[in-house]
Design a protein around this ligand. Sequence first.
Ligand code: NAP
Length: 252
Amino acid sequence: MTQNITNMTNSTNNSAGAKIALVTGANKGIGLAIARGLGEEGFRVAVGARDDGRREAAVQELREAEIDAFGVALDVTSDEGVAAAARTIEAEAGRLDVLVNNAGIAGDADAGAQDPATLDLDVLRTVLDTNVLGAVRVTNAMLPLLEKSTEPRIVNISSDMGSLELHTGPLLAAYASSKTMLNALTVQYARRFEGTPMIVNSACPGYVATDFTGHSAPRSPQEGARIALRLATLPDDGPRGGFFNEAGPIPW
Ligand code: NAP
């Protein structure tokens, strides 16, 4: 699999009409910035969010920016909720061209909860259920819709904290290892869809000022969204099964 994303021109929306993108956890932070960025590129954007009020506020904000957005009730930890979200997108759009698995949590880290030596198994379970099982749940529910697209793309929002080589950030045993596993799943999905139009990659947004980081980080959500936007709009010969930040490939 080639890992080169330099000099790649984005695939653009074709004459068949606007492409459809679903972003999970799109009501704020990096997810909202990805939704906005895809909308600005002409996508019709399904705003996946679990809270009705926060979802509607985000849809409203995007529509005020002249983005074609609609809300999709989506808690990534709910089998029934995710199945219902797939039915909503089927009814609204009939297919899906881009899925961005962005919803994620850091998990409680108080009192040694994410020190590997005292790792709280409930925290580990909760983080894995959202960051890993959530991505699988949503991806597999959306696959029939993605398979109706001529250029389906899946972007898993990971983190270099999950890199086995880089050892980035503080010790956060549940969160970091959830992103390692998400990366492993990216490779599994890429292998599963080798030779098909479906392109699957992991993206690291960098250290971004959101609620997640207490807004004490150097990058803006817009900057954090950039690599996801590139991977969501790769041409057919773009890289598959890779892990990228805005500067290029990063070590697993
Ligand atoms: P954020 O502002 O806290 O946003 C997280 C989003 O995920 C929110 O929309 C949240 O919804 C949603 N979410 C959480 N659990 C969910 C669930 N069960 N179902 C549906 N949605 C759920 O964080 P962010 O910084 O934008 O993070 C977005 C992604 O980037 C995460 O996967 C994170 O791991 C990754 N990341 C962030 C950074 C960073 O520096 N910020 C760095 C590397 C990777 P609610 O509003 O309902 O809670």
